[in-house]
Design a protein around this ligand. Structure first.
Ligand SMILES: [Zn+2]
Length: 308
């Protein structure tokens, strides 16, 4: 810098203002270059230090791993359990549907839609739930194994060239880091309904979201509901089958072959029916106490209305 100042002296005499500018610019440029060089050197030095430090830490970890019976046992248990306690990806599914009127949209039962959609894919969902729940069950066993190792062996080993406290500290850290994570089952199931008015003027949509626990519980509820419905239907079918020709004749005879409501007897115009007083659809039984003779018109008038 000094050399440059001297070299530029004659020019400075003829144009002092320019020279001053050149000098200060030169000063700035060289200063920045120096700073940059220093920064690069510092970065390289930091990199080297970090590299060496990592190498030292790695070596320490290796030495601790080699002398720790707890870590060795954990590695053994891990290699057996790894695939058994693997976390599965989040179950992500959307059951979307569109309705064609606003009133349908307002009345839409999202929960029923969700349950029906899940039951439609029941076998698939069952598999997904089983694999995740199995991983959780396996993890419980794994956790007990890890606890046993931790209780029996952790902190019991010593390493050559290590202060005991330092060894135990590293051993604990590695033990925690190597313990496999809990395979938390996750799901994000969405049921959605939308309605867009003609010409797309208004658009409505609504969503119901279930996480894993809600999915599992909701699926069990849906299955139980279906089972109950099936049972009810089976019972009703059985009640209807119980209406035999013999029972029918028995009821007609008991009621004197006359309609119990209007007293009409069987004729060319009148057919007599044997009717369930409390309808089968309302859990009425096919037993004489619940049966009555009705003419066709009284029976049709009664329908499924049941007073009693
Ligand atoms: Zn009648």
């Amino acid at each position: 810098m000094i050399v440059e100042l001297i070299g530029r002296a004659p020019a400075a005499a003829s144009a002092p203002v320019d020279a001053a500018v050149v000098v200060s610019a030169d000063f700035l440029t060289s200063d920045i270059v120096l700073l940059v060089v220093l920064a690069v050197v510092a970065l390289i030095a930091a990199g080297i230090i970090a590299f060496v430090w990592r190498a030292i830490v790695r070596r320490q970890h290796r030495l601790v791993s080699e002398s720790s019976s707890a870590l060795q046992r954990l590695d053994d248990v891990n290699s057996i359990s790894e695939t058994l306690v693997l976390a599965h990806p989040t179950i992500r599914l959307t059951f979307g549907t569109a309705v064609n009127s606003k009133s349908r949209f307002d009345r839409f039962d999202l929960r029923a839609h969700m349950e029906a959609s899940i039951l439609e894919n029941e076998a698939w969902f069952e598999q997904e739930l089983i694999s995740r729940n199995t991983a959780v069950t396996n993890f419980e066993k794994y956790r007990l194994d890890v606890e046993a190792i931790s209780y029996e062996l952790l902190g019991k080993s010593v390493g050559r060239g290590f202060a005991p406290a330092k060894f135990t500290h590293i051993e604990n850290k590695l033990f925690q880091r190597r313990t496999l994570p809990y395979p938390e089952p996750k799901a994000r199931i969405t049921a959605a309904v939308s309605y867009t008015s003609p010409q797309g003027r208004n658009s409505y949509s609504q969503e119901l979201k279930w996480d894993y626990d809600m999915l599992e519980e909701g699926m069990r509820t849906a299955q139980a509901n279906r089972a109950r419905l099936t049972t009810t239907e089976a019972l009703h079918k059985r009640e209807r089958r119980l209406m035999s020709a013999g029972l029918r004749t028995e009821i007609l005879r008991r009621d004197g072959f006359r309609c119990r409501m209007c007293g009409a007897a069987a004729s060319a115009e009148t057919t007599l029916h044997v009717d369930h007083i409390k309808p089968v659809s309302l859990d009425g039984r096919t037993v004489p106490e619940n049966l009555q003779t009705l003419c066709q018109s009284c029976n049709l008038g009664k329908g499924n209305r049941f007073v009693g």
